[in-house]
Structures are given as C-alpha cells and as structure tokens.
Design a protein around this ligand. Sequence first.
Ligand code: GAP
Length: 442
Amino acid sequence: MSIDKIVSLCKRRGFIFQSSEIYGGFGAIYDYGPLGIALKNNISQLWWRAMTQLHENIVGLDSGILMHPKIWEASGHVNAFNDPLVDCKKCKARYRADELFDGDLSNGKWNEIQCPKCGTTGNLTEPRQFNLMFKTHIGPLEEEASVAYLRPETAQGIYVNYLLTLNAMRLKVPFGIAQIGKAFRNEIVARNFIFRTREFEQMEMQYFVKPGNDDQCMVDWKEERMDFYNQLGINPKKLRLHEHGDRELAHYAKEAWDIEFEFPFGWSEIEGIHNRTDFDLARHQEFSGKKMEVFDQVNNDRFLPYIIETSAGLNRMLLAVLSDAYWEDGDNNRVVMRLHPRIAPVTAVICPLVKKDGLPELGRKVMDILKPYFKVIYDQQGSIGKRYYRQDEAGTPFGITLDHQSIEDNTITVRHRDSQQQDRVEIDQLVTFINNCIEDYI
Ligand code: GAP
C-alpha cells in the first residue's frame, strides 16, 4: 500500500491538509482538519492519562516554546544539533549526506557519488554542517544579544523546571514529568507526509531515578511503552524495538532504543527511549550555576538523578495509527479506516432511515442521549449505504439507524463498521452497549 492513498484519504475526509495550499503549499508543514485534530487529541489524551493518571508519581508540565537561549548551549543543541548537508551543483538538489553515504562522512568520495536526482557524478559538494534549530529574535532589534530559538524538543523545558516541580509537588525520586507540546526543526529533507516535518508535536516523559536504578528502569519503560501501542489498537506485528549501536547513540545517551513501526515506506522510528544519565542536569548545573541535586535522606547525601526519557512524536504516532487502520475491503468495494473505537474521531453516526414519520425527531433525541458520552454526528443525507461508506472512510465504528420499528418499540440498529453486522438495541441500553463494544473491540 502506498502512502499516497493515505494522503489522499486524509484530504478527502478532513484529517490532514497541506499547509497554505491555496498559495501552493508550504514545505513540510501540515494542518489538521476536523477529523485529524479529533484523532490527534484522542491519542494525546490516552498518552496523558497513561502517564499522569495511571502513575501516581508522574506529573504534567507545559513549558514555553521560547526559552532562555543558554538552555540550548547547555543542552548541546547550539553546537551539535546539526545535519550534514550536501548540494548538487548541477540540479540544485539538496540531501542529508548520510542518506547518500553510509559510513564515516569525512571519508566519503563525494566527487564519485551520483546525484540521485539528475544522475550526474562529480557535482556533489562536500558535506557542511547545518544547524536544525529555527532562530528568531526577541524585541525590535535583530542583534546577536536578542537571539532566541524555537525549541527543537520539549525535554529541556522539563529539565529546567524539574526542581521547581519537585519542590511544589513534594516529589521524591523516582518520579516523572510529562509534557506534550510543539517542537520545531529546520529539517533539510522533509518527506513521507507527516513523518518528518518542520513543525511537530512531541509527547515526552522524563523519569528521574537514582543512579544505579537506571538500567532496570530502562527495561520497565521499554515494556510499558510497547504495551501502550496495544491501547491504540496497532497491530503488534508492525512494531519492534531497535537498539542504537555505537554510531547511532546520541552524545547524551548511555543506552537508547527506538520503537519502530512498519510504515508503507518501511520500518521507521515513532518513539525513542533513552538513558540520558545525569548529562542534562549536570550541564544545566554548570551553565546556570544553580545546584540541580536532590537530597537522599537514607544516605544523608546529595546526588544528581539519572534520567530515563520516553520521547514520542504525536504526528508520527498518528501516521502509524492511520497506516495501520487503512483497509481496502475488496469484497464490499469500500475503504475502511479500522481505527480503534477508543480513539476514532467520531464514535457513532445517527441515521434516520427516512426524513419523515417522526424519525428525524427521534434521531435528535438519540443524539441528546449519546452526546454527553461520545462524539456523535447526525446524517440524513443520501442512501443509507452511502452514509455508512462515508463513515467507514472516516473510521466511525458505529452506525445507528432508526426505522419505523424504532418509533413502535424504542429500539434502533447498531451497524458495526468492520464486520457490517447489525444488532438491535434498546435506546435506553445504547450507552452501555457502545461502551461494552469499545472495551471488547479487537
Ligand atoms: N528529547 C529527545 C528527542 O527529541 P528525537 O529522537 O530527536 O529525541 C523524538 O525525537 C521523537 O520526536 C521521534 O521519535 C519522532 O517521533 C519525533 N520527531 C523528531 N523529529 C521529527 C520531525 N522532524 N517530524 C516529526 N516528528 C519528529
């Protein structure tokens, strides 16, 4: 299955649009339509609940996108958050050097490598380092002293607030801080739809542990994070863990694993789980001059906690969910987004069979009963088959139809999206029935 089919469905059904489309589009930025934002919110709420509600010792935070520029010096982003960039002098195509040469880039024979776009050799430049952070200026003057950066990750906002959070909430190691928010990277090559974009959202959780407990903690978080994808309804066969080898390991990490998903364009990372040691806290201690240690009451001494980070891309998770859900049901000549009902943008569509005989009025009553519990929509346009198929593409798991029998005995039919089977259910029992179907969905 090609990614183009998903791109096209996302536009057609109002999940995702190219940014600034009427102006010809804007590179690697996407806008989320009504169904896209609903799905994105459902995924992020599930993550937020998994972190801050199901763990008593994990709390939330929402830090600024713009922060003190010294933070990015301390974190290493100013000096080291670079991608190697190579240009073709002939056709002006631009590449990340590591996409063209798999090895030590300084040993690459660039004048012998072919440009994938125009096919010539001898026209590629030597790689030069390109910093991925977006720079801006605070205040009216564009001078060096006013430089600020759009954050390239949410993690640093957690580190610099960690002592304030710990004291305010009277936390003790081990504890975690979770944050969801925008991050920005001036990616050289942005492709594969929303997989790699210049503006995206991260869901990051930083878990502060005593040094020595970090290895076990990595094991536990790897397991817990893999489990999370079951709740999203993603096929476990399309998920795997990949450990970073020496060449991939970031400068701050002692150990790192990626959760990878089998996208239509191949296996790629959705989430990273990293043992960052005390690297970040030590650096912020050095650059800010502020003590970042916690007090150990048992041993009566102070220490810098180690940090286990789980860092997921919300947009990539959404793309994984969409790719996994896309199903061409050849037998019935329809496309179905088999989204888990727990995260589907719309839970049920309410369809009176005809626009008369009291059915629209009863339909509105059913809407009012369901609205407080689920996102429901009302549709009385076109044939019932067409209404169902529209909602199949939108991933709506339940179609509720009212017919003349509904007026007589207060029952409706519930049509199940994937199997197309129908159940007759009493209107009074509908909320419980739908809740049970969501819980039992496989
Ligand atoms: N704080 C650690 C960190 O930022 P990362 O591996 O650079 O680690 C974490 O990013 C996650 O953020 C990735 O697994 C991916 O899901 C997401 N991500 C990173 N760059 C992205 C981009 N340009 N577009 C979309 N998502 C991105």
